[in-house]
Design a protein around this ligand. Sequence first.
Ligand code: NOJ
Length: 736
Amino acid sequence: MKKLNVIYLTLVLSLTSNLNFSCLAQSWNDEKIDSLINLMTIEEKIGQLTLFTSDWATTGPTIRENYLDDIRSGKAGNIFNAHTAAYNEKLQRVAVEESRLGIPLLFGYDVIHGYKTIFPIPLAEAASWDLNLIEKSARIAAEEATAGGLHWTFAPMVDIARDPRWGRVAEGSGEDVYLGSLIAGARVRGFQGKDLSSPNTLLACAKHFAAYGAAQGGRDYNTVDISRHALWETYLPPFKSALDAGVATFMTSFNELDGVPASANTYLLKEILRGDWNFQGFVVSDYTSINEMVAHGFAENERSAAMYAFNAGLDMDMQGAVYYNYLKELVDQGRVSVNDIDTSVKRILKLKNALGLFDDPYRYSDIEREKSVILSEENRTAAREIARQSVVLLENKNNTLPLSKTEKIALIGSLADSPIDMLGSWHGSGQSTDVISTLKAFTDQKMNFEYAKGSDMEGSDTSLFREAVDKAKNADKIVLVAGEHFNMSGEAASRAHIRIPDIQIQLLKRLLALHKPIILVLINGRPLCLEWESENMAAILEAWQPGTMAGLAITDVLYGEYNPSGKLPITFPVDEGQIPVYYNMKNTGRPMDPDQKYTSKYLDIPNAPLYPFGYGLSYTSFQFSQPSVDKTEINNNDSLHFSITVSNTGSVAGHEVVQLYMRDLVGSITRPVKELKSFKKIYLEPGNSQKVSFTITPDDLKFYNSDLVKIAEPGEFLFGIGNSSDVELNLKVTLK
Ligand code: NOJ
């Protein structure tokens, strides 16, 4: 830090006369940043536009091995996949004390759902429908990550995803624009807090801009070909919401849009992001996505790719080394302007400054804070809370659940004893040794049970079946923990058949032959096709990949310590042949009629999914009164007030998510059959009732017309309130 200031002081003094040097050790203003840029060579400027991975972890091809030399020479201004207070301090010292200008490094990392205390995967967190909890999870992740030397997370991932074959559905908030947008904002607020200069806040990054979730066939990195209207209506709103919450950075996506890869897409980066949205932060590419424009067939070579990307407004190159290799040459040839480079450098330096790195580049490397914050009791308790609130009860025949502690349980399945698989595919620096598995939770809490592995997660070895069947024979109920291992979802993990692997199903069938109630606890990173399971299981708990506290959260729900309240943030199909299937589809010109051949349907499977968006059961029962609305006709500036009374008619307390859906019956652009417009999560003791109110403003009636202008068109609207997207819309309102 001393060298940093001395160098700045000397160099700045020699070149400028109007700076207030007394505040050099405090946050820098724009002029000071400009004067620093004036001191930089073109190589040093390009260094600030360059992000290299350390050799600690990689999520793609590793290109550079000598990143320390690059830091020293000022050619790498940003590093990712390096963490811990000690290691990052070591790297920071190289930048600050050994590089010519001593500009601090920015350290990035994929802190997607926790740093060391791992929370449920984002899709699971979305199932909690609890924005405060989701914000808190991001806040804790930021506290831990910053204590581990980090400044920047590559999160939130805000891609709307409607194809469960795509492994990256695990990382987002599901299929819905409204829910996804609210969660995007909550996560940004959680990561960034109120003040970026506070040492426990991180820069967030809205990714992947844009429409990555629309990869054809759910195959990762595949082509995207959607209408402009779908882009604005479905894929952009969560990004806008992240922006409105103050997100500091954006990451481009791997896919093309309108035939132009996102990393060189001027429509996305210049017209929308910088133009319409006036975004002030910086944009980073995804891992080698600039280089990949050659394979896309968009750029003839990496030099051109660098030029197209930079000129389209992409500030920072992640791991591709194409800015590093070609930008100077492109400047010399007059194909890239130095002014534009200065603008990008300034965006990056401003954020380094906002983090307080010019005041103290080591402020995020505090070993004492690292020890006290990471995996603290408080953080683990919060992780347990959100994990149990993320669990969705899909089936519960004859009130099989909750279990009673007197019942003898056969706990079966390799996933009951596989800590790493509880963490999901992006588990940051989370360790399997910190995870409480279901087996451990059962053991520690001295449940009345016997455990058998039963089978591996995949393969064909049936040799362990017998032991599992024998143990199950002695039990009152069977709890089978089954599903996907952590690498079956996430990046580069698309699946054509989204089912529980066959060996686990074979085991399940053997257990079923015992005619005992089976409770299936699902561990998975995406919706699965569960038609057979829904018919044959006594109960199904969707636990997703619940994180560090997995076993405790699952046990809390199984034994009724927590009454499940999760609601699906994404539709579960009956069969892969239905995909894409999501609740707010269009009606079509020939809506499904089972008695009419020439209507929109399949001959061999139904149109309706197995479990719709918004669905989830509880151990209690909730009764919804007839909803009411205060007006049946409104003008463009009237609001609507809806209310409904919800009663807990069962015998235990519980949360319910009360959901309001709308349909705009006629539009100049056809409207979906349902759109979620509002929701409230309430808590009711048995026998209690609560009146739940919603206000719908004229803004909520708007959609993008063919000129991509948001308007509300006069006509009839239907509304309904219920506990899933299956609700009937029975309140009619006319907009005059
Ligand atoms: C590629 C992924 O697409 C992106 O989400 C991630 O942030 C980067 N790799 C860095 O790990």
